[in-house]
Design a protein around this ligand. Sequence first.
Ligand code: ATP
Ligand code: MG
Length: 253
Amino acid sequence: MSKILDIHDLCKTYVTDDQSNNVLRNLNFSMEEGEFVSIMGPSGSGKSTLLYTISGMDDMTSGTVVFDGEDISKLGRKQLSKLRLEKMGFIFQQMYMMKKLSILDNIILPGYQAKKRARSEVNEYAEKLMRRLGIIETADRYMTEVSGGQLQRACLCRALINSPKMLYADEPTGALNQKASAEVMNELVKANREGTSVLMVTHSERVASSSERVIYIVDGDIQGELVLGKMKAPDELAVRERKLKNWLDELDW
Ligand SMILES: Nc1ncnc2c1ncn2[C@@H]1O[C@H](COP(=O)(O)OP(=O)(O)OP(=O)(O)O)[C@@H](O)[C@H]1O
Ligand SMILES: [Mg+2]
Protein backbone atom coordinates (compact mmCIF):
# COMPACT_ATOMS: atom_id res chain seq x y z
CA MET A 1 0.00 0.00 0.00
CA SER A 2 1.12 3.54 -0.58
CA LYS A 3 0.35 6.71 1.27
CA ILE A 4 -2.27 9.03 -0.16
CA LEU A 5 -1.63 11.66 2.51
CA ASP A 6 1.42 12.39 4.63
CA ILE A 7 1.38 15.36 6.99
CA HIS A 8 4.44 16.55 8.92
CA ASP A 9 4.47 19.19 11.67
CA LEU A 10 1.52 21.02 10.20
CA CYS A 11 0.84 24.39 11.84
CA LYS A 12 -1.85 26.92 11.10
CA THR A 13 -2.04 30.25 12.84
CA TYR A 14 -4.80 32.76 12.22
CA VAL A 15 -3.85 36.34 12.86
CA THR A 16 -6.69 38.78 13.46
CA ASP A 17 -5.99 42.36 14.55
CA ASP A 18 -3.04 41.87 16.88
CA GLN A 19 -4.08 38.47 18.18
CA SER A 20 -2.72 35.21 16.83
CA ASN A 21 -4.55 31.94 17.26
CA ASN A 22 -2.57 28.71 16.84
CA VAL A 23 -5.32 26.52 15.46
CA LEU A 24 -3.19 23.57 14.29
CA ARG A 25 -0.12 22.75 16.36
CA ASN A 26 2.54 20.49 14.86
CA LEU A 27 0.16 17.93 13.55
CA ASN A 28 1.56 14.65 12.23
CA PHE A 29 -0.68 12.23 10.46
CA SER A 30 -0.83 9.96 7.45
CA MET A 31 -3.36 7.95 5.49
CA GLU A 32 -2.91 4.88 3.30
CA GLU A 33 -4.57 4.80 -0.08
CA GLY A 34 -8.10 3.43 0.27
CA GLU A 35 -8.46 4.24 3.98
CA PHE A 36 -11.61 5.70 5.53
CA VAL A 37 -10.71 7.94 8.47
CA SER A 38 -12.91 10.09 10.71
CA ILE A 39 -11.88 13.15 12.65
CA MET A 40 -13.74 13.98 15.83
CA GLY A 41 -13.21 16.61 18.50
CA PRO A 42 -14.89 19.53 20.26
CA SER A 43 -16.23 22.53 18.36
CA GLY A 44 -13.41 24.95 17.55
CA SER A 45 -10.68 22.29 17.85
CA GLY A 46 -9.50 22.87 14.27
CA LYS A 47 -11.18 20.06 12.32
CA SER A 48 -12.45 22.18 9.43
CA THR A 49 -9.21 24.15 9.37
CA LEU A 50 -7.33 20.86 9.02
CA LEU A 51 -9.39 19.84 5.98
CA TYR A 52 -8.97 23.27 4.37
CA THR A 53 -5.21 23.43 4.85
CA ILE A 54 -4.40 19.89 3.75
CA SER A 55 -6.51 20.26 0.62
CA GLY A 56 -4.74 23.50 -0.27
CA MET A 57 -7.88 25.61 0.01
CA ASP A 58 -6.25 27.60 2.76
CA ASP A 59 -2.52 28.27 3.26
CA MET A 60 -0.64 26.45 5.97
CA THR A 61 1.64 28.43 8.28
CA SER A 62 4.37 25.77 8.34
CA GLY A 63 4.91 22.06 7.85
CA THR A 64 4.52 19.78 4.86
CA VAL A 65 1.54 18.05 3.30
CA VAL A 66 2.25 15.40 0.69
CA PHE A 67 -0.81 14.34 -1.26
CA ASP A 68 -0.50 11.41 -3.69
CA GLY A 69 3.26 11.94 -3.85
CA GLU A 70 3.12 15.73 -4.35
CA ASP A 71 4.15 18.31 -1.79
CA ILE A 72 1.18 20.66 -2.06
CA SER A 73 2.98 23.60 -0.45
CA LYS A 74 5.26 23.67 -3.51
CA LEU A 75 2.42 23.94 -6.00
CA GLY A 76 1.18 27.20 -7.48
CA ARG A 77 -2.50 28.22 -7.40
CA LYS A 78 -3.24 26.82 -10.87
CA GLN A 79 -1.56 23.49 -10.21
CA LEU A 80 -3.40 23.20 -6.91
CA SER A 81 -6.77 23.88 -8.53
CA LYS A 82 -6.06 21.23 -11.14
CA LEU A 83 -5.04 18.72 -8.50
CA ARG A 84 -8.19 19.43 -6.50
CA LEU A 85 -10.44 19.19 -9.53
CA GLU A 86 -8.98 15.91 -10.75
CA LYS A 87 -8.14 14.06 -7.58
CA MET A 88 -10.15 15.46 -4.68
CA GLY A 89 -13.83 15.69 -3.90
CA PHE A 90 -15.28 17.99 -1.21
CA ILE A 91 -18.36 18.14 0.89
CA PHE A 92 -18.36 21.24 3.05
CA GLN A 93 -19.91 22.07 6.37
CA GLN A 94 -21.58 25.04 4.69
CA MET A 95 -23.28 23.58 1.67
CA TYR A 96 -23.13 25.64 -1.45
CA MET A 97 -23.99 25.35 -5.10
CA MET A 98 -24.14 27.84 -7.93
CA LYS A 99 -27.50 29.53 -7.68
CA LYS A 100 -28.01 30.12 -11.39
CA LEU A 101 -27.38 26.50 -12.37
CA SER A 102 -29.76 23.60 -11.85
CA ILE A 103 -28.81 20.88 -9.38
CA LEU A 104 -27.90 18.53 -12.26
CA ASP A 105 -25.75 21.18 -13.96
CA ASN A 106 -23.96 21.88 -10.68
CA ILE A 107 -23.09 18.19 -10.42
CA ILE A 108 -22.02 17.93 -14.04
CA LEU A 109 -19.90 21.10 -14.18
CA PRO A 110 -16.72 19.80 -12.46
CA GLY A 111 -17.01 16.70 -14.66
CA TYR A 112 -16.83 18.85 -17.80
CA GLN A 113 -14.06 21.00 -16.33
CA ALA A 114 -11.85 18.02 -15.51
CA LYS A 115 -12.18 16.53 -19.01
CA LYS A 116 -11.40 13.07 -17.64
CA ARG A 117 -14.48 11.59 -19.27
CA ALA A 118 -16.54 12.41 -22.36
CA ARG A 119 -19.45 14.75 -21.66
CA SER A 120 -22.02 12.04 -22.41
CA GLU A 121 -20.34 9.80 -19.83
CA VAL A 122 -20.33 12.61 -17.25
CA ASN A 123 -24.07 13.15 -17.85
CA GLU A 124 -24.78 9.44 -17.43
CA TYR A 125 -22.68 9.17 -14.29
CA ALA A 126 -24.33 12.25 -12.75
CA GLU A 127 -27.77 10.73 -13.28
CA LYS A 128 -26.63 7.40 -11.91
CA LEU A 129 -25.30 9.05 -8.75
CA MET A 130 -28.49 11.09 -8.32
CA ARG A 131 -30.62 7.96 -8.67
CA ARG A 132 -28.49 6.09 -6.15
CA LEU A 133 -28.93 8.91 -3.66
CA GLY A 134 -32.65 9.25 -4.33
CA ILE A 135 -32.59 12.83 -5.62
CA ILE A 136 -33.11 12.39 -9.36
CA GLU A 137 -36.37 14.33 -9.15
CA THR A 138 -34.44 17.44 -8.11
CA ALA A 139 -32.29 17.45 -11.29
CA ASP A 140 -33.92 20.50 -12.89
CA ARG A 141 -34.49 22.47 -9.71
CA TYR A 142 -32.29 25.16 -8.23
CA MET A 143 -30.38 25.24 -4.96
CA THR A 144 -33.14 27.23 -3.23
CA GLU A 145 -35.85 24.77 -4.35
CA VAL A 146 -34.59 21.65 -2.56
CA SER A 147 -34.43 20.59 1.09
CA GLY A 148 -31.25 20.71 3.17
CA GLY A 149 -30.94 16.93 3.00
CA GLN A 150 -31.40 16.88 -0.76
CA LEU A 151 -28.82 19.62 -1.18
CA GLN A 152 -26.34 17.68 0.97
CA ARG A 153 -26.81 14.60 -1.17
CA ALA A 154 -26.49 16.67 -4.35
CA CYS A 155 -23.20 18.03 -2.98
CA LEU A 156 -22.05 14.44 -2.47
CA CYS A 157 -22.89 13.61 -6.10
CA ARG A 158 -20.89 16.65 -7.21
CA ALA A 159 -17.97 15.59 -5.02
CA LEU A 160 -17.94 12.12 -6.58
CA ILE A 161 -18.44 13.12 -10.21
CA ASN A 162 -14.73 12.87 -11.08
CA SER A 163 -14.23 9.60 -9.14
CA PRO A 164 -11.71 11.34 -6.86
CA LYS A 165 -8.78 9.63 -5.19
CA MET A 166 -9.64 11.41 -1.97
CA LEU A 167 -12.90 12.67 -0.60
CA TYR A 168 -12.79 15.34 2.11
CA ALA A 169 -16.08 15.56 3.95
CA ASP A 170 -16.83 18.11 6.66
CA GLU A 171 -19.88 16.94 8.61
CA PRO A 172 -21.53 15.39 5.56
CA THR A 173 -24.58 14.35 7.57
CA GLY A 174 -24.78 17.43 9.80
CA ALA A 175 -28.07 18.65 8.34
CA LEU A 176 -29.71 15.25 7.86
CA ASN A 177 -32.22 13.09 9.69
CA GLN A 178 -31.28 9.50 10.52
CA LYS A 179 -32.60 7.96 7.32
CA ALA A 180 -30.96 10.46 4.97
CA SER A 181 -27.81 10.28 7.06
CA ALA A 182 -27.67 6.50 6.67
CA GLU A 183 -28.12 6.87 2.90
CA VAL A 184 -25.26 9.33 2.65
CA MET A 185 -23.06 7.07 4.78
CA ASN A 186 -23.89 4.06 2.57
CA GLU A 187 -22.75 6.06 -0.39
CA LEU A 188 -19.51 7.11 1.30
CA VAL A 189 -18.81 3.49 2.24
CA LYS A 190 -19.54 2.45 -1.35
CA ALA A 191 -17.24 5.13 -2.79
CA ASN A 192 -14.58 3.97 -0.34
CA ARG A 193 -15.00 0.33 -1.42
CA GLU A 194 -14.59 1.46 -5.01
CA GLY A 195 -11.18 2.89 -4.08
CA THR A 196 -11.73 6.50 -2.96
CA SER A 197 -9.94 7.35 0.28
CA VAL A 198 -12.20 9.26 2.66
CA LEU A 199 -11.30 11.78 5.36
CA MET A 200 -14.42 12.89 7.18
CA VAL A 201 -15.13 15.23 10.06
CA THR A 202 -18.15 14.33 12.14
CA HIS A 203 -19.72 14.95 15.54
CA SER A 204 -21.77 11.76 15.30
CA GLU A 205 -20.61 8.51 16.87
CA ARG A 206 -22.97 6.55 14.63
CA VAL A 207 -21.55 8.18 11.51
CA ALA A 208 -17.92 7.76 12.60
CA SER A 209 -18.45 4.06 13.31
CA SER A 210 -18.59 3.37 9.57
CA SER A 211 -14.97 4.48 9.21
CA GLU A 212 -11.95 2.30 9.94
CA ARG A 213 -9.97 4.72 12.07
CA VAL A 214 -11.03 7.63 14.26
CA ILE A 215 -8.71 10.49 15.17
CA TYR A 216 -9.54 12.74 18.09
CA ILE A 217 -8.39 16.35 17.97
CA VAL A 218 -8.32 18.85 20.82
CA ASP A 219 -6.90 22.36 20.42
CA GLY A 220 -5.33 21.56 17.07
CA ASP A 221 -3.45 18.50 18.23
CA ILE A 222 -4.13 14.78 17.96
CA GLN A 223 -5.08 13.36 21.35
CA GLY A 224 -5.71 9.79 20.35
CA GLU A 225 -6.60 7.34 17.65
CA LEU A 226 -8.96 4.36 17.60
CA VAL A 227 -8.62 1.64 14.98
CA LEU A 228 -11.95 0.02 14.15
CA GLY A 229 -10.87 -1.76 10.96
CA LYS A 230 -12.83 -1.91 7.71
CA MET A 231 -16.53 -2.53 8.17
CA LYS A 232 -17.48 -5.77 6.46
CA ALA A 233 -21.22 -5.89 7.06
CA PRO A 234 -23.75 -3.24 8.17
CA ASP A 235 -24.75 -5.34 11.21
CA GLU A 236 -21.33 -4.57 12.77
CA LEU A 237 -22.36 -0.95 13.18
CA ALA A 238 -23.89 -1.25 16.67
CA VAL A 239 -20.82 -2.99 18.14
CA ARG A 240 -18.46 -0.53 16.51
CA GLU A 241 -20.50 2.41 17.78
CA ARG A 242 -20.39 1.07 21.33
CA LYS A 243 -16.62 0.62 21.12
CA LEU A 244 -16.23 4.16 19.85
CA LYS A 245 -18.52 5.57 22.56
CA ASN A 246 -16.48 3.88 25.30
CA TRP A 247 -13.27 5.22 23.84
CA LEU A 248 -14.66 8.75 23.55
CA ASP A 249 -15.92 8.57 27.15
CA GLU A 250 -12.36 7.89 28.28
CA LEU A 251 -11.27 10.99 26.37
CA ASP A 252 -13.91 13.13 28.11
CA TRP A 253 -15.83 13.71 24.88
N1 ATP B 1 -10.79 32.44 8.86
C1 ATP B 1 -10.55 32.42 10.18
N2 ATP B 1 -9.95 33.48 10.78
C2 ATP B 1 -9.67 33.46 12.10
N3 ATP B 1 -9.95 32.43 12.92
C3 ATP B 1 -10.55 31.36 12.38
C4 ATP B 1 -10.88 31.29 10.98
N4 ATP B 1 -11.45 30.09 10.73
C5 ATP B 1 -11.50 29.45 11.92
N5 ATP B 1 -10.95 30.20 12.90
C6 ATP B 1 -10.79 29.80 14.32
O1 ATP B 1 -10.04 28.60 14.34
C7 ATP B 1 -10.51 27.71 15.34
C8 ATP B 1 -10.85 26.37 14.71
O2 ATP B 1 -11.94 26.51 13.83
P1 ATP B 1 -12.51 25.30 12.99
O3 ATP B 1 -13.58 25.84 12.11
O4 ATP B 1 -11.41 24.58 12.35
O5 ATP B 1 -13.15 24.38 14.16
P2 ATP B 1 -13.96 23.01 14.06
O6 ATP B 1 -13.22 22.00 14.84
O7 ATP B 1 -14.23 22.69 12.63
O8 ATP B 1 -15.30 23.39 14.84
P3 ATP B 1 -16.82 22.91 14.55
O9 ATP B 1 -16.94 21.54 15.14
O10 ATP B 1 -17.63 23.91 15.31
O11 ATP B 1 -17.07 22.96 13.09
C9 ATP B 1 -11.68 28.41 15.99
O12 ATP B 1 -11.22 29.02 17.17
C10 ATP B 1 -12.10 29.44 14.97
O13 ATP B 1 -12.69 30.54 15.60
MG1 MG C 1 -15.95 22.64 11.49
